[in-house]
Design a protein around this ligand. Structure first.
Ligand code: HEM
Length: 145
C-alpha cells in the first residue's frame, strides 16, 4: 500500500468528533443534574410532611412538585441518552444493572407521592431515597452488585 493510501485510510478510520451535546459526558451531566433537582425537591416535600405540613400549608408545593417531575424527566432522558451512546440501543440488550436502575427510578417516582398521603411514611422516605439513589449510582459505577 502506498504512503498516500495509508494516510487516507488512517484519516477515514478516525471517527469524526461528536459535538458536545451528543457525547456520553453531556448525557451524564444531564442525568446527574436531573437527579440533584429531583432529590432535593423530594427531600423538601418529605421534611415538610414529616413536620406536620400538608399540601394546603405548603407555600412551595407547585415549585417542589414541578422541580421533582422535571428533574426526574431530565434524569431519565440523560440515562437513556447515555445508554444509547454506550451502545445499549435496544432494551433487548439492556443488562440487569440497567433494569435495576430503571426500577429504582420508578420506585423513587412512586415514593414522591406518598409523604402527603401517608405522613407516617415521610421520615422513612426521607431516609430511604438516598439509600436507593446511592444504590443506583453504585450499579452505574460497578455495572452490578
Ligand atoms: C434514581 C435513579 C438513578 C440514579 C440515582 C442514577 C445515578 C447515576 C449516576 C450517579 C451515574 C454516574 C456513574 C458514573 O459515571 O460513574 C449514572 C450513570 C448511568 N445511568 Fe443512572 N441513575 C438513575 C437512574 C437511571 C435510569 C432510569 C437509567 C435509564 C436508562 C440510567 C442509566 C444510566 C447509564 C446508562 C449510566 C452510565 C453508566 C456508565 O457510564 O457506564 N440511570 N447513573
Amino acid at each position: 500500500m502506498s504512503l498516500i493510501a495509508l494516510l487516507q485510510d488512517a484519516a477515514t478510520s478516525v471517527p469524526a468528533p461528536l459535538p458536545f451535546f451528543r457525547t456520553p459526558l453531556f448525557y451524564k451531566s444531564l442525568h446527574i443534574f436531573g437527579l440533584f433537582l429531583s432529590t432535593t425537591s423530594l427531600g423538601g416535600i418529605a421534611i415538610h410532611a414529616a413536620n406536620g405540613g400538608t399540601k394546603a400549608t405548603s407555600r412551595t408545593r407547585t415549585l417542589t412538585a414541578s422541580m421533582f417531575g422535571i428533574g426526574m424527566l431530565i434524569a431519565l432522558a440523560g440515562g437513556f441518552g447515555q445508554a444509547a451512546r454506550l451502545g445499549m440501543t435496544n432494551t433487548a440488550i439492556f443488562p440487569g444493572w440497567l433494569w435495576a436502575k430503571i426500577a429504582i427510578w420508578i420506585v423513587v417516582s412512586v415514593l414522591s407521592i406518598l409523604p402527603y398521603r401517608i405522613p407516617a411514611l415521610a421520615k422513612p422516605i426521607y431516609l430511604l431515597v438516598p439509600l436507593l439513589t446511592g444504590l443506583a449510582a453504585y450499579l452505574a459505577i460497578f455495572h452490578g452488585l
